[in-house]
Design a protein around this ligand. Structure first.
Ligand SMILES: *Cc1c(COP(=O)(O)O)cnc(C)c1O
Length: 854
């Protein structure tokens, strides 16, 4: 019998946050003081918490630099196949804690900051989120970068350095109000501008046919300036690059030709060019055909492809001998994150045909073997269809190329399906109905060697429904790659209590191999482990309650069910269904105030696109219901409704570990995958959800009995569509639904404006594409099962453990391994690039540096 370990001893056993070590602590403190003095030019008398954050950020950054340079040198010397992830969004969130974790510096930094008499969490809170994304699609790109670096892939993220990220959301009088996200105001310690690698991007102009072929002339030029951000892998000394482009006007902008003379105006007009990278479009799953957006899409594509081709041409093998592009697909894979960077396909063709003088067929073959396309949605309003007229003005040569691609594509179809004009119309890249438009998904499918959906159910829908004709033509092109999340951010960083508990139980290897969580199945009957898991959750709930009370002055009951629904506000995600459940609970309490009730705190959060009227009304409805429920003395602490303002990556990291019940309740067939669902599962929440997106695979992994599955399946939705969805039928047959709807309609929640929610009511009855009422009964019943289980804490926690144990599949390491092997033709390595002795010798090493791979 040994004596139990003290907390201090336990910490030492767990090295997932790195070794404390006297030298490490001394080095960090030294770096911190040096940066406070030399970089921030402050002493401890005048330094603000933000100064301390920047001092620490620069100290941590110093430990990245040597590894970053070495990694890029290593890629140049060994010339592996490069992977380019092209995305209009990278929803990175904060970098400080993630960097400390991946470098194994967290414990040393914690100790140093403690010894300096500062509070680490206070410092971390000073960092602005890099909110260069809307929701799942952008966050996926960020998780993929972490996994690609961790798996040792020679990968690059390419995107736009928006000066303003996703807006900050304020709730005023229950309404959403947007504020600009001026995230760069205080400077960004994680980026390095590379003005020496600036590249030109052309717009407008006309096409001139010459003896040497087509020439795009009389264009307007905008410069693309790269900003590089280091992407550290987890404990492998690899540091990859995310390169984001910023628009700059050339110095002679508007000073040529007829504009000479008005010098002042010409300088002022530089803004016009530089507006390209000003602001992220705040739509999630919605296409808005604005010229500025098309400029952004082409801007990132044109700059990136120049970089890709320059790196290919100057690679060790290619420098010297005669250049051939035949080997490009063996050295380069380009992944298109949705159709947003689809112009890369005609752009690469333009470079090959017009500039490099390849013949069309060779160029097309290389292009197709280089690109792969990920589809993220089947919602028709989200699919990009650019008006031909707009494209002709902005990118005339690209439109010509698209027409030629289409011609050969349609010739091919008519030879395979002679006389089938309907099929040809359906498969054309050019839609004719209602003004000519380019269907960008069709362009991507035709121009790629692989097309993938993001969950099994979604990939099947693509094959059998939206892109059925294309999968009949080329069935082998279509694949599935179920989404994933990085366990570094979404467990180690956000939930250290749970991460440590798991490490004590099964060792630390699970961080790099999440399938090892399966081992937790051996502990589902271990009373001590059940108690510990439950304790971690309770601690997280308490901490989150304190955060809400501190920041928003709201008090919540920490022993209630934390029922959390956080994601972008969208009709298809059905926040309305949740809202109807809240009102139903309220009515039940009011009807029988003394009946037993399992206390709940319903937390809903998410941003509505500023132009999405119905989504904004949904927010107002939820806040109005909250107002009534939270102030009714009969309800007391049984039921509370919180609208979580400004949901974003750093807030997700706080609320998810504190959640008991995860709401994933989209109409079956509408949520391509979801990734929020996976974050909750990994953090010990149970899921109430429909058989949609990755929920289906979560149920498969954990067993359907270990999720609260309810509602229509995809087949049921299709069936209901055939017979005709009649909302009135449910309203008349379900008395509790009728009461809830009558209350909303009569102004019970908006007494001063009884008509306020008329548009919501009209939609629900007359044109509800997402069939909220059809799942009402099943949802309410299912929530009742949640209550029953929650009253048996031990059984609840056993189910939680089964879910965590089954969540390994949803690591983005698994997703990226599948992309690497089945699409990119590269193999993950756990090879560790030898580290420089940090950071002192890194300086000497840099001085001796070989040619860099920039
Ligand atoms: C993961 C994540 C999302 C995606 O959530 P879904 O529930 O899959 O839509 C959106 N926003 C943030 C901030 C996230 O972290």
């Amino acid at each position: 019998m040994t004596t139990p370990l003290t907390d201090q001893e336990k910490r030492k056993q767990i090295s997932i946050r790195g070794i404390v070590g006297v030298e490490n602590v001394a080095e960090v403190k030294k770096g911190f003081n040096r940066h406070l003095h030399f970089t921030l030019v402050k002493d401890r008398n005048v330094a603000t918490p933000r100064d301390y954050y920047f001092a620490l950020a620069h100290t941590v950054r110093d430990h990245l630099v040597g590894r970053w340079i070495r990694t890029q040198q290593f890629y140049y010397e060994t010339d592996p196949k490069r992977v380019y992830y092209l995305s209009l969004e990278f929803y990175m969130g904060r970098a400080l804690q993630n960097t400390m974790i991946n470098l194994g510096l967290q414990n040393a930094c914690d100790e140093s900051i403690y010894q300096l008499g500062l509070d680490m969490e206070d410092l971390e809170e000073m960092e602005e989120d890099a909110g260069l994304g809307n929701g799942g699609l952008g966050r996926l790109a960020a998780c993929f970068l972490d996994s690609m670096a961790t798996l040792g892939l020679a990968a690059y993220g390419y995107g736009i350095r928006y000066e303003y990220g996703i807006f900050n959301q304020r709730i005023k009088d229950g309404w959403q109000v947007e504020e600009a996200d001026d995230w760069l105001r205080h400077g960004n310690p994680w980026e390095k501008a590379r003005p020496e690698y600036m590249l030109p991007v052309h717009f407008y102009g006309r096409v001139e046919e010459t003896e040497e072929g087509s020439k795009w002339v009389d264009t307007q030029v905008v410069l693309a300036m790269p900003y590089d951000t280091p992407i550290p892998g987890y404990m492998n000394n690899t540091v990859n690059t995310m390169r984001l482009w910023s628009a700059r006007a050339p110095n002679d902008f508007n000073l040529k030709d007829f504009n000479v003379g008005d010098y002042i105006q010409a300088v002022l007009d530089r803004n016009l060019a530089e507006n390209i990278s000003r602001v992220l479009y705040p739509n999630d799953n919605f296409f808005e055909g604005k010229e500025l957006r098309l400029k952004q899409e082409y801007f990132v594509v044109a700059a990136t492809l120049q970089d890709v081709i320059r790196r290919f041409k100057t690679s060790k093998k290619n420098s010297g001998g005669p250049l051939s592009f035949d080997t490009l697909p063996e050295k380069v894979a380009i992944q298109l994150n949705d159709t947003h960077p689809a112009m890369a396909i005609p752009e690469l063709m333009r470079i090959f045909v017009d500039i490099e003088k390849l013949d069309w067929d060779t160029a097309w073959d290389i292009t197709k073997r280089t690109f792969a396309y990920t589809n993220h949605t089947v919602l028709p309003e989200a699919l990009e269809r650019w008006p031909v007229q707009l494209m002709e003005t902005l990118l005339p040569r690209h439109l010509q190329i698209i027409y030629r691609i289409n011609q050969e594509h349609l010739d091919n179809i008519s030879s395979l399906f002679p006389e089938d004009m309907e099929r040809i119309r359906r498969m054309s890249l050019i839609e004719e109905e209602g003004g000519k438009r380019v269907n960008m998904a069709h362009l991507c499918i035709v121009g790629s060697h692989a097309v993938n959906g993001v969950a099994e159910i979604h990939s099947n829908i693509i094959k059998t429904d939206v892109f059925r004709d294309f999968s009949e033509l080329e069935p082998d092109k279509f694949q599935n790659k179920t989404n994933g999340i990085t366990p570094r951010r979404w467990l180690l960083l956000c939930n250290p209590g749970l991460a440590d508990l798991i490490a004590e139980a099964i060792g630390e290897e699970y961080v790099k191999d999440l399938s090892q969580l399966q081992k937790l199945n051996e502990l589902v009957d271990d009373d001590a482990f059940i108690r510990d898991v439950s304790k971690v959750k309770q601690d997280n709930k308490l901490k989150f309650s304190q955060y809400l009370e501190r920041e928003y002055k709201v008090k919540i009951n920490p022993s209630s069910i934390f029922d959390v629904h956080v994601k972008r506000i969208h009709e298809y995600k059905r926040q309305l269904l949740n809202c109807l459940h809240i009102i139903t609970m309220y009515n039940r309490i009011k009807k029988k105030p003394n009946a037993p009730f399992v206390p709940r705190t319903v937390i809903i959060g998410g941003k509505a696109a500023p132009g999405y009227h119905m989504a904004k009304m949904i927010i107002k409805l939820i806040t109005s219901v909250a107002e009534v429920v939270n102030n009714d003395p009969i309800v007391g602490s049984k039921l509370k409704v919180i609208y979580l303002e400004n949901y974003r990556v750093s807030l997700a990291e706080k609320v998810i570990p504190a959640t008991d019940l995860s709401e994933q309740i989209s109409t079956a067939g509408t949520e391509a995958s979801g990734t929020g669902n996976m974050k909750f599962m990994l953090n010990g929440a149970l899921t109430i959800g429909t058989m949609d997106g990755a929920n289906v695979e979560m149920a498969e992994e954990a067993g359907e009995d270990n999720l609260f599955i309810f509602g229509m399946r995809v087949e049921d939705v299709a069936e209901l569509d055939k017979e005709g969805y009649d909302a009135m039928k449910y309203y008349e047959e379900l008395p509790e639904l009728k009461q809830v709807i009558d209350q909303i309609k009569s102004g019970f929640f908006s007494p001063r404006q009884p008509e306020l929610f008329k548009d919501i009511i009209d939609m629900l009855f007359k044109h509800d594409r997402f069939k909220v009422f059809a799942d009402f009964e099943s949802y309410i019943e299912c929530q009742e099962k949640v209550n029953v289980l929650y009253q048996d804490p031990k059984e609840w926690t056993r189910m939680v453990i089964k879910n965590i144990a089954a969540s390994g599949k949803f690591s983005s390491d698994r997703t990226i391994t599948d992309y690497a092997r089945e699409i990119w033709g590269v193999e993950p390595t756990d090879l560790k690039i030898p580290p420089p002795s940090e950071p002192r010798e890194a300086i000497e090493e840099a001085a001796r540096a070989l040619k860099l791979d920039q």
